[in-house]
Write a protein that binds this ligand. Structure first.
Ligand SMILES: [Zn+2]
Length: 320
């Protein structure tokens, strides 16, 4: 909408009597809610029963603005809606989700987001992690073509925990002991040249977990580029994936022109720079923040795109 048109509309609205203003305000809130509901209803092309995984449920009335379904499986016959069994079940005020996700897209703090939406801080915290939990479930992206992998480390943080027993607490995030491994949480990041990203956060990262993580997400025709770590060498041998191993030599990590890990490394530095604003992320929530950053890299900045990502649209539904 053009600025001049918007101003004209505002002027028209300003001249209306109060009862009409109130009516229109309610209408608009209703429209936003039903837009959110429609997105939720159409998020998954193929709805499975969250209780037993049964297919082709029947429509069973509506509840709380959403279509309700009933499972066809005679031993189940449970009812559910598009949110049942997801981290977003029972989350209230769907008309505010768009606004909230806009705050997340803009990396606003919880306090600012809460004030902007008129919700309390606890709710803002709960929403952030519910949305991120859903996004985190979309982590295992299949990757193809030239795939770059590398590891990075995050300082272990017990933020939010009442008691720290295994080491001395650090003040305000602080500096960890760089030599001491227990203080650092390794995260392996794989990124293909289409910008698709998958990461594995594992305090005990080892060959078997790396293999288990990579095997289902890497197309066998792809080319893996990594540093000198043996995990990747054994992976490429065991799974028959072409591999370029880049061993640091005079700070030069490029073999040929295209086989390098500079894209994944620059992603890591964007990730670290962005994480710095949170002054130490609690390790229990680290995978949620990794998912959040992934949204910035892979989702267009529109409200609807963020909403779809946050509700897990187009993700495969896994029966619980
Ligand atoms: Zn069922």
């Amino acid at each position: 909408m053009k600025q001049a048109d918007l101003e004209a509309l505002e002027q028209t609205l300003a001249s209306l009597p109060v009862d009409l203003k109130k009516y229109l305000a309610d209408q608009l809130i209703g429209q936003i809610s039903s837009q959110a509901d429609t997105l939720l209803e159409t998020a998954k092309s193929h709805l499975l029963c969250p209780h037993c995984g049964g297919e082709h449920p029947v429509k069973w009335g509506r509840s709380g603005g959403l279509q309700r379904y009933r499972c066809r499986n005679p031993v189940c016959h449970k009812t559910f809606n598009a949110l049942t069994g997801t981290p977003l079940a029972k989350l209230q005020h769907r008309d505010k989700w768009f606004d909230y996700l806009r705050c997340m897209r803009d990396s606003l703090t919880l306090r600012v987001s809460a004030a902007r939406l008129g919700i309390d801080l606890k709710t803002a915290f709960r929403w952030r992690h519910r949305f991120l939990k859903t996004s985190a479930q979309g982590n295992a992206n299949p990757l193809s073509g030239i795939i770059e992998v590398d590891e990075t480390f995050f300082l272990e943080s017990c933020k939010g925990k009442r008691n720290i027993t295994h080491r001395k607490p650090r003040k305000r995030g602080g500096q960890g002991n760089k030599k001491k491994k227990v203080d650092r949480i390794p995260v392996l990041i794989a990124r293909d040249r289409n910008g698709k990203i998958s990461e594995l956060m594992d305090p005990a990262l080892k060959k078997s977990t790396v293999h288990e993580f990579l095997a289902p997400i890497i197309d066998r025709d792809s080319i893996l580029c990594s540093d000198g770590h043996r995990w990747y060498k054994t992976f490429s041998r065991d799974y028959g994936v072409a591999h370029h191993r880049l061993i640091v030599f005079d700070n030069q990590r490029v073999i040929g022109k295209e086989y390098h890990i500079q894209n994944v490394n620059s992603y890591m530095s964007r990730l670290k720079g962005w994480m710095a604003r949170f002054h130490g992320v609690g390790t229990a929530y680290l995978h949620n923040y990794l998912a959040w950053r992934r949204l910035f890299e892979t989702v267009p900045p529109s409200e609807e795109a963020w909403f779809r990502a946050a509700i897990g649209a187009n993700q495969q539904q896994i029966p619980t």
